[in-house]
Design a protein around this ligand. Structure first.
Ligand SMILES: [Zn+2]
Length: 110
């Protein structure tokens, strides 16, 4: 299932529990390690939401920074991709601590 289809599925599931009929805007948080092409996501969102309760909804993508902890120099660093070297000491012993997010932050519904 594509990410877009998954997203529409989540919106449809939530419409029952949260009692809404239409989604007008979606704010989506995406981390750099979520393996999501945000441009592709924007592009396919319109097609995937056609004839669903999110048809015509606006998609806002919030790109989050990635973060990690370097075991080499014991500090928190910014991470843009998996298995990258620490920018401070060059060590590859980096534990990813954030950046895998792919979640709906906020919805405007009616
Ligand atoms: Zn380091």
């Amino acid at each position: 299932m594509s990410i877009c289809e998954g997203l529409v599925q989540v919106l449809e599931d939530q419409s029952t529990s949260q009692n809404y009929q239409k989604v007008k805007q979606v704010w989506l948080e995406v981390g750099p390690l979520a393996a999501v092409e945000t441009e592709a996501l924007r592009f396919c969102f319109d097609a995937c939401t056609r004839n669903t309760l999110a048809e015509g909804a606006l998609l806002h993508i919030i790109e989050l920074p990635g973060s990690g902890w370097c075991l080499g120099c014991s500090q928190s660093i910014e991470v843009e991709q998996r298995y990258q070297a620490c920018p401070a000491c060059g060590s590859y012993q980096v534990q990813v601590t954030g950046g895998e997010e792919l979640r709906i932050k906020e919805l405007e519904v009616e």
